[in-house]
Design a protein around this ligand. Structure first.
Ligand SMILES: [Zn+2]
Length: 284
């Protein structure tokens, strides 16, 4: 029977910890390496809802994208939010492993799965890993740039993205001329607003990421940058969980489950009825 160490070995073959950013905290968080693993749950976030899902499914291990413990802690007392999660996992004998920025830069990595959902081809990194760094190598880096299967305008692309990405309450919003034709698209799973300049430099028609903000987005468009599409953080990273699950199923030979719980904090979306009149591009 595969062990935690076997699953870790496969994860570290695909996503070497040395590829992570210096500020990041990846690798085994909880769990005895020699413990047997029959079933693994893949999640974006380790939060009470996904921990409950792991407990209900009787898994032996969780593989998460976001670190549970990114900054230093002096206590994991169960009276604290994260301490309670640590206690629940240890008591249920559930190991926890994190692959974060090392999975972002990998090829295939987080943004490859996002690009695949959108049908992009001829992929290359939006910001290639710098030569001389551990992650330097062919096709590795943050984000991906690719070509859409067929040109579409920005309004159509926003609807296409909303249809092919995991469903969320908020959906996808776009910024720029709705009639602008988009052939080439940059994508970045997670919060990608520090790569706006890279998207402009790459000369793509549009850039899809998450967590875009008013001032950087507005200034980017005003200075002639690509059109923007903003999806939720979870929706841009969830597609990668399928790749992760397939890899663990094939190599260590464990049963893998993928969490479809939308862990994005935004759970309500409302628009004014008057807003319908403001969308010139809306069909039907
Ligand atoms: Zn993220």
């Amino acid at each position: 029977m595969p062990t935690v160490a076997d699953v870790v070995a496969e994860l570290e073959r695909r996503y070497p910890p040395a590829w992570a950013e210096e500020w990041d905290r990846v690798g085994l968080v909880l769990g005895e390496p020699w413990a047997p693993v029959r079933r693994v749950l893949c999640v974006v976030d380790v939060v009470p809802e996904t921990v409950a899902e792991a407990l209900a499914a009787g898994v032996d291990m969780i593989v998460a994208h976001h670190p549970l413990l990114l900054r230093g802690v002096s206590s994991v007392a169960p009276t604290t939010y994260k301490g309670r999660i640590v206690h629940q996992l240890i008591k249920a004998d559930i190991a926890l492993y994190v692959a974060h920025t090392n999975a972002d830069v990998a090829a295939p990595g987080v943004s490859d799965a996002l690009a695949a959902r959108l049908g992009l081809t001829d992929l290359r990194p939006l910001q290639p890993s710098r030569p001389g760094t551990p992650a330097a190598g062919s096709g590795r880096g943050i984000g991906r740039i690719g070509r859409l299967p067929e040109p579409m305008n920005l309004g159509e692309l926003a609807r296409h993205a909303a249809a092919v990405l995991p469903a969320t309450t908020v959906g996808v919003r776009a910024a720029g001329d709705p009639n602008r034709t988009v052939r080439t698209l940059a994508v970045c799973g997670g919060a990608g607003d520090s790569f706006l300049a890279d998207a402009t430099a790459a000369g793509v028609d549009a850039y899809l990421t998450a967590d875009l903000r008013h001032h950087p987005a507005g200034e980017h468009l005003a200075t002639g940058g690509p059109a923007l599409l903003d999806a939720t953080h979870w929706a841009t990273e969830r597609p990668w969980l399928d790749d992760l699950a397939a890899a663990l199923r094939a190599a260590p030979g464990v049963e893998t489950l993928v969490s479809d719980l939308d862990t994005d904090p935004w759970s309500v979306h409302a628009t004014s009825p008057a807003a319908d009149d403001k969308e010139p591009d809306r069909e039907g």
